[in-house]
Structures are given as structure tokens and as C-alpha cells.
Design a binder for this molecule. Structure first.
Ligand code: ADP
Length: 596
């Protein structure tokens, strides 16, 4: 798999290669089109230059024809006069000819405009042609004039018909060239021997392509030492065009389009070398513009893609963060649920532990009371037994009324025993009902019945005056009985070790919506009133003589929890006149509500 960076690099490289290829194609097409235009322009330039040259030379040709018809010239040929030199000089001056010669039919020079030393023209191709009655055209590097010359030899016809001589007009080629020297493009005219005879670049003049000796019978004649080697160049074809790569020339374009135009009138070929570097420049410019446009588009595309990529990346990061946060939140949520369920379980455990403790407290109280209870039950049982035995004896003696009294006492005692057992059963039972209306006096009476035997056994006086008004409170009867029983038992425990007086005062009063129940003893009082409701706080220990009692330290803390569950309150303090006093405050239920 390629990573993002590699993909990007490959895309960029591909793009650059494409742009390069495209630019090259555009450049090449531009180059070809520029070459087309260059060729068209070059052809018209070459045609123009050729026209100018041929037009210029034509003048001299016509001059030769005109001069051949001149009577002065004809008479000079026939020998009637030899005073034609003035005419020739004047004409040469007026027409800008280098020289005008009159030649006899034998080639002898009869007169000349320049008056230079006469030479024989016999055998020269132009002369022979004139002698044939045609126009002789010739060019050469003339020793006589020391420069390149163009010659037009027109035949002079005698009146009788045959050619009697010739008029030769010599043209100074340099003068013809002078008008367009240096003009663009580079143009040169090459003769049939391959020599550049005329050119608008002086450096191009008289260059020979190959070996050129004295060539008689042609339109030209050279001496090899007047010629220079031709340009060194590499020729190459491009779609029907010829291109030259020229070496080491300052005045000729290095890279040139070659054009040629045959000029049969002057027996030469016009040639032109056009500089192609502007075509290259144009092509490069077009390629550059194409590349710049592509690159600009590419850069815009790249930036847009990068921007999109960055946005996508940021989006992915955000989504990742949101997902991570969601996972974290879900985890926290699960944690919270777990904590909640743990709390619920702990609460259930606590409730169970509390009810277990209540039960444990009750069982412990039962244990403490078992001795008293067995005594309590045993005593009426013994009494019942003796009353029954006595009743039997009285019946035998016929004292039915006394026996009846005994039986009703037996019935009383049995009822009392039944009440005690019912109380114990109720006490031992787990109470799980909610709050009900409880008659406080009944609760206290039940407790007193349970502790009655022990109180008597230990010589404890219990003072309890039930109030005249009915005291009804909100609570659970058995649980409230457990609270009161615990208070009374604790009071008796506290006083067990002391000498008389042993007295417990129980009192209850109603204050507006509350009922206060007081349990006061004449014991030693509380050692640490602030700690008595702490679970497992106990000062009781089993003594060696068995008079002391073993304490679990749970009684008051359970009582505290129970009273609170009724919506009430329990407090313990030392009485100013000695002993401890406990107050249980409960919500009162008024008779009006009761009735309702
Ligand atoms: P236990 O009776 O098992 O010790 P309680 O919670 O019922 O447990 O009592 C805790 C302690 O409070 C007792 O050990 C005792 O020191 C003190 N206490 C309770 N009632 C009295 C009282 N009436 N007089 C003196 N001390 C008391």
C-alpha cells in the first residue's frame, strides 16, 4: 500500500511530466506555425530582392540593345568614324554603367567609355553569343576593372543584315548591391558554377561550393584564387523545408531556414537564409504560457485538494475525539450504574444487618429475661397447683364456694401466664409492618409484665402512673416495647450493684403534637452520656459472683435507630439529683385524627 505522501509525489510527478509533454507539443506546433510564417515572409523577401536585382540589370540589358542601334556606334563598327568614345563615356556616366565597349566582329575593341587598354573579346562566350545575334550575358571578377562585373553583349546588325560587331555594357555589381546591403534576410545569388556572385552580405560574396576553375563556355569565369570556400553547414529537412545549421559565421544566422528561387534571366539562383531563432523564441513563449497556465491550474487544483484533505483529516480527528469521548462517557456510565447497583446492594445489606441486629438485640434481651420469665411462669404454675390441690380438698369437704374461689384464682393466673407468653411470642417475632397507631400505656404495661418478676427479685420499685388521657403515638408496637424494655432493663442493670433505694420512675406526657416518655432511675448515672448510643459501647461486664451483666453495647444504638424510624428522638442524660434519665419523643396521634 502506498502512503499519502508517496501518492502525492506520484501525482505531482505525473502532473509535471504531463505539463512538460503538453508544453513541448504546444511549443513544437508553435515552432512549425512560426516556420510557416517565416517561410512565407522569406519567400516574398527573396522574390522582392530577386526582382530588384533583375530589374536593375534589365536596365543595362536594354541600354546595350539601345546602344547597338545607335548610328554613332554602327558607324564606328563600319569604320566610318572612330569618334564614338565621347558618346560612350557620356552614356556610361548617365546610366551608371562601369563601361560601354564597342567591339568589332572580330572581337577587337574599337572604342570604350573608360578608355582603358583594349583587349580582345574574341572567343569569349558573351561575344560569341552576340555574334550569333543573341544577347550575351556574362559575369566575372574582372582584372581590368578590379571588381565583379556583369556584362551584356548586344549584337550590332549591319544594314545588309549580318552582325557587324557588338556593344558590351559592363555593370558594376557592387553598385547594384549597395542599395540593399545589410538588409534582411541574408540573400545571395549563385551562378551555375556554384559561386555566390551577388549578396547583401559582403562576407557571402565569391564563395564557391566545390572546385571552380577557369570555366570557358559558361556564363562565368573565375580564377580560383579570387574565391573562398563556402559556409560550413549541416543540412536538415523538416516537413518539406530545408534548415541549415551554419557554423562560425557572424553575419549569417546560425540556425536558418534555407529558401531558393531560380532566376533563369540572369542564369542564377536566388537563395535566402532566414534566422529561425525568433520562431524558436515564439515557440518557447507559447510553450511557457501553456506550461504557466497548466501549472497555475495544477497549483489551484493542488491547493483545493490539500484543503479538502486537511478538512477531511480535521473531521476524522474530531470524529475520533468524539468517539473516544463517547466511549469514555459510556465507560463512566457503566461505572456509575455499577456503583449505583453496588450502593443499592450495600443499602439492602445494611437494612438486613440492621434487622439482624434488632433481632440479635431482642434475642439477647430474651436471654437475659429467660431466668425471670421461667420464674414468672413457674410461680403462677406453683400457685395454680396449690390452688387446685386446695380446691380438691375443699370440694371433698363440701366447701364448694371456697373451691370456686380457688378455681377463679386459677383462671386469673392462667390468663396472666397466657399474657406473658403472648408478649414473649410477639417480642420474639420479627416485626416488619409499617407504622401504626400505638397506645403507649399498653406498651408500658406489657414491658412491666415482662420485667415484673426481675424487679421484684432485685427489689426494684417501679413507679408508673398511667395518665388519664389516652396517649396514642405513631410507631410499631413490638419495636416500641423493645425500646422501653431496653431502657427499663438498663436502669435495673445500673442499679443492680448499688444498695437501696432502687427505683425506676416512668412518666409520659403529651405536648402539642408530641408525646414525651421519661424513664428515670436512681442508679449511678451515665459515665459518658455522649457515647451511650454508639454501637458496641458497653460498660457492663460479667462479674465473678454473677451479679453483673454482660453487655453487647447494642441495646441503645438499636433503640436509637428504631425511634428514628418512627420519626421520633431518644436522648439520655444524667439527672441533677442523681441517676440517669432517658427521654423518648414520639409523634402524637390526637383523638380527633384517631376518630377520623
Ligand atoms: P448494654 O446494656 O449491652 O451495655 P446498651 O446500649 O443498652 O448496651 O447500653 C450501653 C451503656 O450505656 C451501658 O453499658 C451503660 O454503661 C450505659 N447505660 C445505659 N443505661 C444506663 C443507665 N440507666 N444508667 C447508667 N448507665 C447506663
Amino acid at each position: 500500500m502506498l502512503n499519502a505522501l508517496q501518492t502525492r509525489i506520484i501525482a505531482i510527478v505525473t502532473f509535471l511530466v504531463t505539463v512538460t509533454v503538453l508544453s513541448a507539443v504546444v511549443g513544437w506546433a508553435g515552432y512549425l506555425s512560426a516556420l510557416d510564417q517565416l517561410e512565407q515572409r522569406g519567400r516574398s523577401d527573396l522574390a522582392l530582392a530577386s526582382d530588384r536585382l533583375t530589374g536593375e540589370l534589365e536596365r543595362y540589358r536594354e541600354l546595350a540593345v539601345l546602344m547597338s542601334d545607335h548610328p554613332g556606334v554602327s558607324s564606328a563598327v563600319t569604320g566610318e568614324t572612330n569618334n564614338v568614345s565621347d558618346l560612350l563615356r557620356q552614356t556610361a556616366d548617365k546610366t551608371g554603367s562601369l563601361d560601354i565597349l564597342v567591339v568589332s566582329r572580330f572581337g577587337a575593341e574599337l572604342a570604350s567609355a573608360s578608355g582603358e587598354g583594349a583587349i580582345s573579346h574574341g572567343g569569349a562566350p558573351y561575344f560569341e553569343r552576340a555574334m550569333d545575334g543573341a544577347m550575351g550575358v556574362y559575369h566575372r571578377v574582372s582584372d581590368r576593372y578590379g571588381q565583379r562585373t556583369f556584362l551584356f553583349a548586344a549584337p550590332i546588325f549591319s544594314e545588309s543584315g549580318p552582325v557587324s560587331g557588338a556593344v558590351i555594357v559592363v555593370v558594376n555589381v557592387s553598385a547594384v548591391e549597395a542599395v540593399w546591403r545589410g538588409a534582411r534576410p541574408t540573400v545571395f545569388f549563385t551562378d551555375e558554377l556554384g559561386v555566390t556572385f551577388i549578396s547583401n552580405r559582403s562576407e557571402m560574396v565569391l564563395m564557391a561550393r566545390g572546385d571552380v576553375g577557369i570555366a570557358r563556355g559558361t556564363s562565368a569565369e573565375y580564377y580560383p584564387d579570387t574565391l573562398r570556400p563556402f559556409l560550413t553547414y549541416r543540412n536538415r529537412e523538416l516537413r518539406g523545408r530545408t534548415l541549415w545549421a551554419v557554423e562560425g559565421q557572424r553575419y549569417v544566422p546560425e540556425d536558418a531556414l534555407y529558401l531558393s528561387l531560380p532566376l533563369p534571366v540572369i542564369q542564377m539562383t536566388g537563395e535566402a537564409l532566414l534566422d529561425v531563432s525568433p520562431a524558436w523564441t515564439l515557440a518557447a513563449l507559447q510553450a511557457g504560457v501553456a506550461a504557466a497556465i497548466c501549472l497555475a491550474f495544477g497549483a489551484m487544483l493542488f491547493l483545493a485538494t490539500e484543503r479538502r484533505r486537511t478538512l477531511a483529516l480535521a473531521n476524522a480527528q474530531l470524529e475520533g475525539a468524539v468517539q473516544a469521548r463517547t466511549v469514555e462517557l459510556s465507560r463512566i456510565n457503566v461505572e456509575l450504574r455499577r456503583e449505583v447497583s453496588e450502593r443499592i446492594a450495600a443499602e439492602a445489606q445494611l437494612t438486613k444487618a440492621q434487622s439482624d441486629l434488632v433481632q440479635a438485640g431482642k434475642l439477647s434481651a430474651l436471654g437475659q429475661m429467660s431466668a425471670g420469665i421461667s420464674h414468672e411462669l413457674n410461680q403462677p404454675l406453683m400457685a395454680i397447683r396449690s390452688y387446685a390441690e386446695n380446691a380438691e380438698a375443699f370440694l371433698e369437704r363440701g366447701k364448694v364456694d371456697v373451691a370456686g374461689q380457688n378455681l377463679s384464682r386459677i383462671a386469673d393466673l392462667a390468663r396472666r401466664m397466657g399474657r406473658i407468653i403472648r408478649n414473649l411470642r410477639a417480642f420474639a417475632k420479627q416485626e416488619s409492618e409499617g407504622l401504626t397507631d400505638v397506645l403507649l400505656t399498653d406498651v408500658i404495661s406489657g414491658v412491666l409484665e415482662i420485667v415484673d418478676a426481675r424487679a421484684k427479685g432485685e427489689g426494684v420499685e417501679i413507679a408508673w402512673q398511667p395518665p388519664t388521657q389516652k396517649l396514642v403515638v405513631r410507631g410499631g408496637e413490638v419495636r416500641l416495647q423493645q425500646v422501653v424494655l431496653n431502657l427499663v432493663s438498663n436502669a435495673m442493670d445500673a442499679m443492680a450493684m448499688q444498695e437501696t433505694p432502687r427505683r425506676i420512675e416512668i412518666d409520659a406526657e403529651c405536648k402539642e403534637n408530641r408525646v414525651d416518655l421519661y424513664v428515670r432511675d436512681t442508679g449511678p448515672g451515665l459515665d459518658e452520656p455522649d457515647r451511650i448510643f454508639d454501637p458496641f459501647y458497653s460498660t457492663k461486664q460479667v462479674t465473678s459472683d454473677g451479679t453483673g451483666r454482660d453487655g453487647m453495647g447494642l441495646g441503645l444504638s438499636i433503640s436509637y435507630g428504631l425511634v428514628q424510624s418512627f420519626g421520633g428522638m431518644i436522648r439520655g442524660r444524667n439527672h441533677p439529683h442523681g441517676g440517669a434519665v432517658f427521654t423518648v419523643t414520639l409523634d402524637a396521634v390526637h383523638p380527633r385524627e384517631d376518630a377520623a
